[in-house]
Design a protein around this ligand. Structure first.
Ligand SMILES: NC(=O)c1ccc[n+]([C@@H]2O[C@H](COP(=O)([O-])OP(=O)(O)OC[C@H]3O[C@@H](n4cnc5c(N)ncnc54)[C@H](O)[C@@H]3O)[C@@H](O)[C@H]2O)c1
Ligand SMILES: N[C@H](CO)Cc1c[nH]c[nH+]1
Ligand SMILES: [Zn+2]
Length: 437
């Protein structure tokens, strides 16, 4: 863990190395991922089975790649009614937030007489990656699948790793709740490769979405162009801005809620109060002793944890914008006034009673968010990831007479004779048939 004070002379250099470390996550897996993708592309199901045995310790044949409806039903039957009810609370809230996102198309007739517009059309087939190496993520099933369903995507194919052949039944119950019926027990880069290139069993999709570890994030990066992807949602990160009026234990728990995801996860506190910073650091050490996932959380905190002491809350926001975190918590008296200055964050949590973990499960907005500082240019998963835009233009003779000549002039200027003729030949025909009409 790094404890840095902005008043110290070495701060800027240390902070720059923090920024660089965030972007470097996963770069070292570029080669192994390229090789896995090449194997899947060449050997299809055979490669999938071999790689699943290698990385998830699950011997598999092609016939067993997909979960059967009976397996899904049996898993659902194992889940307690209370847990199914909690899943339903989450699913209902996620659905209503994403339904509110559905955009209207555009259609209008302009003063030249042209009707112009834009239609939103759902993608045909989408691949949903649900992580499952170090933890099971039923919540990520809902976050992936519900927006896709709301957008109107017809085919949803879901891949989830089952380390040692074990699947958390709630993952399959969540898939059932979200209406996903095509589910494969494959994870990592090989799952991304299968959904991108297709195999005998897994038909290719048009876009792959969802979070995952460094291998998954890198695989999505490498198949981009062949298929679409949402954003890079790799190892999680959080920045918490807190003042000394906040309970230090709660801040420690918020930091650890991110650290327990992955050794590569990053948790950062920014505060104007040095004594408070030290109390939080002590609270993190205390809480680490009691967590079930101590090994992962300790490694993340030791390797990537950071506590930054600043002169003011405004300065805290400036640093947070430079970090462009996946999650930003504003644990202060007046979060709205700070929020006004936030420019780069995947999702922002305002107020002491709105921790990031609420957003992970039951808030409503998506928890699949841009990591590794990509919040500078990317956004969290939404219905827009499952829709595309088609523009349209409709016009008759009058409109062509009004705007055609400018098009002809520009086509000549570009030296594109057929373009010019395509318009001018129509103008000539109009002049002959309906002179001055
Ligand atoms: N940003 C988000 O929205 C979000 C949401 C949930 C989880 N997450 C992140 O997702 C990640 C989940 O990671 P996970 O590991 O638990 O599950 P995962 O499903 O992402 O990865 C497991 C797979 O990684 C592959 N793998 C592991 N070691 C490998 C190796 N040495 N070589 C090649 N492939 C290997 C295996 O194929 C395995 O099936 C965490 O980093 C967590 O922070 C992010
Ligand atoms: N914090 C993760 C990335 O947004 C999402 C998650 C799922 N379950 C728990 N947390
Ligand atoms: Zn989380």
């Amino acid at each position: 863990m790094k404890r840095l004070d902005i008043r110290d002379s070495g701060f800027e250099a240390e902070f720059s190395s923090l920024l660089a470390a965030r972007e470097e996550q996963g770069q070292e897996v570029h080669g192994p991922v390229a090789s896995i993708l090449a194997q899947v592309r060449k050997d299809g199901d055979t490669a999938l089975c071999a790689l699943t045995e290698k990385f998830d310790r699950l011997p598999l044949s092609a016939e067993k790649l997909a979960f059967t409806p009976q397996e899904v039903e049996a898993a659902r039957a194992q889940v307690s009614p209370d847990l199914l009810a909690a899943l339903d609370v989450a699913a209902t809230r996620i659905e209503s937030f994403h339904r509110a996102q559905l955009p209207e198309g555009i259609r209008y007739t302009d003063d030249a007489g042209m009707t112009l517009g834009m239609r939103w059309i759902p993608l045909d087939a989408v691949g949903l990656y649900v992580p499952g190496g170090k933890a099971a993520y039923p919540s990520s099933v809902l976050m992936n699948a519900i927006p896709a369903r709301v957008a109107g995507v017809e085919r949803l194919a879901m891949c989830v790793p089952t380390p040692d052949g074990i699947i958390n039944p709630l993952v399959l119950a969540a898939a059932h709740r979200a209406g996903v019926t095509e589910i494969y027990r494959v994870g990592g880069a090989q799952a991304v490769g299968a959904m991108a290139f297709g195999t005998k069993t897994i038909k290719p999709v048009d876009r792959i979405v969802g979070p995952g570890n460094a291998y998954v994030a890198e695989a999505k990066r490498q198949v981009f162009g062949h298929v679409g992807i949402d954003s890079i949602a790799g190892p999680s990160d959080v920045v918490v801005i807190a003042d000394s009026a906040t309970d230090p234990r709660l801040i420690a728990l918020d930091l650890l809620a991110q650290a327990e995801h992955d050794e590569l996860a990053q948790a950062t506190l920014i505060t104007p109060d040095a004594a408070f910073a030290d109390t939080v650091i002590a609270a993190v050490e205390t809480e680490l002793k009691t967590l079930t996932r101590t090994a992962i959380a300790s490694a993340s905190w030791a390797r990537n944890g950071a506590v930054l002491i600043v002169r003011s809350l405004e300065e805290a926001v400036t640093l947070a914008n430079r970090l462009a975190p996946e999650h930003l918590e504003l644990m202060v008296d007046d979060p709205e006034s700070l929020f006004a200055h936030v420019r780069h964050a995947g999702a922002v949590f305002l107020g002491r009673y709105c921790p990031e973990a609420v957003g992970d499960y039951v808030g409503g907005p998506n928890h699949v968010l841009p990591t590794s500082r990509t919040a500078r240019f990317a956004s969290g998963l939404s219905v827009f990831d499952f829709l595309k835009r088609t523009t349209f233009l409709a016009g008759g003779p009058d409109a062509l007479r009004r705007i055609g000549p400018a098009g002809v002039a520009l086509a000549h200027a570009e030296g594109l004779e057929a373009h010019a003729l395509s318009i001018s030949a129509r103008l000539d025909a109009l002049a002959k048939t309906t002179p001055n009409a």
